[in-house]
Structure formats: structure tokens, C-alpha cells
Design a protein around this ligand. Structure first.
Ligand code: SF4
Length: 351
């Protein structure tokens, strides 16, 4: 039976989603909508915390993400799908929570420095060698233009997203619980300061999702130019599969190899029900990489083609998309308004 507990999750709009987003998050969202009262959102305000000066495609990217979500199986009859900036209560609560957030919490936030490092790595990818990049990273003293007020405060915005919808659960990987801590801490701090518990303290909802590497073996990310995009031209996908990173020690087709670290094998684990057999064949040198890649592509092709076809039906029905966005906005705003009213009353902003 479906629980009435609220689950909340969001994703920054970076345009069409890639297979890393699909297998790493979206498929899980689709499964969760049958089990909980889910709120899924396009985190466009979060994009501004790091890319405030690159907004030229922001609205189009939000729409592309929505279309991918719907194509993947998110069903507006089963869950609430909305765009973060469409719900003004989010920005209002973010301001109020910002007032009670100690600066030290944000500066000590372990993900703050990690994020800065990750962003700089992406920014200078391909431009700096490893040594120069290391020097650059160690010289960071907050003078990079990414260290904005909004960026420092992104954990408060993230907490706001969770608390305003009264989410009981937030899907996270085992290594991401730090993201939730600030939401839990803020819920408690609010109760301490104002004497009333208004927010639900969110719990992590641990999920085992597939980790999908990029075609070069690094994390799949647009900034590394190593993605396979949902809806991508199928010939382009074929070329990318054939160019995937494999075990570099395997020179000839019948050399034994190590599938660990081979991108092709990582994909076989997702698409091939006989991946365990492939693992043995690879170790025994019973298959060459070219044949292995061709087989992988044959396994991926039907799913990707079907996705592209389904995607077109949403792309071509703007009226339906607008209706879904409007309904999502209405539901998310109505739920958020209840929380905000209780917050303002408790803070004595209203009588
Ligand atoms: S045979 Fe397949 S799994 Fe083994 S290294 Fe080559 S591509 Fe990877």
C-alpha cells in the first residue's frame, strides 16, 4: 500500500539528462512514486548558486529535464512534479531560515570545500595539468567568483526545499547523509529558538542505485564531455559505445582481462542479464573488446530508441506539458503555503 509520508528529491536542470542521471536517480524516482507521496522538482534556483552568469538556457533546460522525467515514467497522477522557482514560498522560507543559520555551520560544511574543488576541477578540466590544478586548488581563499553568498548558502536552500514540503524521507546514497544533516539541524534549531516544532525532521531513504561511469571511465558529467544523453542520435551512441574505455592491458581479442574498471563491463552490469557470465568470459580471454562492445550496443539500442520515440510525444504536446507544470506548481505551492503560514506565526511575523 502507498504510504502518505512525503518523499522529496530534486535535480539541477542541465538540459537533457544523461544515462548517469537516468540510472542513478530517475529510475529510482519512478519506483518511489508508487510507494510514497512524492514531490520531485527541477532545482533551477540551485543552478544559480554556481552558474548565475550562465542562465541563457536555464528555462529550456528545466523543460528538457521535465520532459525526460515524464518520458522515464514519472506520472503526475502519482507524484507532484514542479519547478523550484515556480513556488515563491521556497524563496521566502529560505530567507527566514537564513536568519537563524549560524555562519559557522555553512563554513564548516564539508561539502562546501569539496564542491568548490569539484567546480574548479570542472572549470579547468583540460586546461591545467594535474600539478597546476593542485596548486590552483590549494590557493583557493574564497576569491573565486563561484564563492557567492548564494553558493555559501546553498545548504540552507536545500534544507528549505525539504522542510517546506514536510518531507519525511529524502533519497540519498550512503555517502550523502551530510546533505541532510543541515535540514535536520535547522528543524531542531527553529524549535529551540521559537519554542515550537513546526517542521518534520527528514530521514535518509537509502537507495542502491547503479553508478554509471562516463565513456572515458571518469564520473559521467557534461563538463567532462563523456556522457550518453537520453534521446541522443542512435549512431552517435553506437560510436560512443565503440569508443568506451576498456582494460588497457588487453591488446589482443583473446588476452585475459580485468572487467573491473572497464566502462563496457559497467554498462553490461546494467543492460545485460548475463553480466556475470561476461565477467568470466572477459577474465578467461574468451571474448574480444570489439565483440563485447557490439553486444552491449545491441542490448542498449531498443531501450534508447523507445525512449526517443516516447520523448517526442511530450516534446510535441506543449499544452500538456504546461498543464502538468501548472498542476505541479499548484500542489507544491499549496503544501508549502501551509508550512510557511505556521512558520510565520511561530516567528511572530503575524499574529
Ligand atoms: S572484453 Fe568486454 S568487459 Fe572485458 S575488457 Fe573488453 S570490453 Fe571490457
Amino acid at each position: 500500500m502507498k504510504s502518505d509520508k512525503i518523499v522529496l528529491s530534486g535535480m539541477r536542470p542541465t538540459g537533457k539528462l544523461h544515462l548517469g542521471n537516468f540510472h542513478g536517480a530517475l529510475k529510482n524516482w519512478v519506483a518511489l512514486q508508487d510507494k510514497y507521496n512524492c514531490y520531485f522538482f527541477v532545482a533551477d534556483l540551485h543552478s544559480l548558486t554556481t552558474a548565475y552568469d550562465h542562465t541563457e538556457n536555464l528555462a529550456a533546460n528545466s523543460e528538457a529535464m521535465l520532459i525526460d522525467g515524464l518520458t522515464a515514467g514519472l506520472d503526475p497522477q502519482k507524484c507532484t512534479i514542479f519547478i523550484q522557482s515556480d513556488v515563491p514560498q521556497v524563496s521566502e522560507l529560505n530567507t527566514l531560515l537564513g536568519m537563524i543559520t549560524p555562519l559557522g555551520w555553512l563554513l564548516r560544511n564539508p561539502t562546501y570545500k569539496e564542491q568548490i574543488q569539484e567546480l574548479l576541477k570542472q572549470k579547468y578540466a583540460g586546461q591545467l595539468d594535474e600539478k597546476s590544478l593542485g596548486e590552483k586548488l590549494s590557493s583557493i581563499a574564497g576569491d573565486e567568483d563561484i564563492s557567492s553568498f548564494g553558493f555559501l548558502g546553498y545548504p540552507v536552500l536545500m534544507a528549505t526545499d525539504i522542510l517546506i514540503q514536510q518531507a519525511a524521507y529524502v533519497p540519498v546514497g550512503k555517502d550523502q547523509t551530510a546533505h541532510l544533516e543541515i535540514a535536520r539541524d535547522l528543524a531542531r534549531r527553529f524549535a529551540e529558538v521559537y519554542g515550537e516544532q513546526v517542521f518534520t525532521e527528514p530521514e535518509p531513504l537509502y537507495t542502491n542505485v547503479a553508478r554509471v561511469p562516463g565513456i572515458d571511465g571518469r564520473k559521467m558529467s557534461k563538463s567532462y564531455h563523456n556522457t550518453i544523453t537520453l534521446g541522443e542520435d542512435i549512431d552517435s551512441v553506437r560510436k560512443k559505445v565503440m569508443a568506451m574505455f576498456t582494460d588497457p592491458n588487453k591488446k589482443k581479442a583473446n588476452d585475459p582481462a580485468n572487467p573491473e574498471g572497464c566502462v563496457v563491463f559497467a554498462f553490461h552490469q546494467i543492460y545485460n542479464p548475463n553480466a556475470a557470465k561476461r565477467c568470466e568470459e572477459c577474465k578467461a580471454g574468451a571474448i574480444g573488446c570489439v565483440a563485447c562492445k557490439k553486444e552491449l550496443f545491441a542490448l542498449m539500442e531498443p531501450e534508447l530508441k523507445a525512449f526517443s520515440e516516447r520523448r517526442k510525444t511530450f516534446e510535441n504536446d506543449k499544452a500538456q506539458l504546461d498543464k502538468i507544470v501548472a498542476e505541479g506548481r499548484e500542489r507544491a505551492a499549496a503544501n508549502a503555503a501551509k508550512t510557511l503560514a505556521a512558520v510565520k506565526k511561530t516567528m511572530r511575523l503575524v499574529k
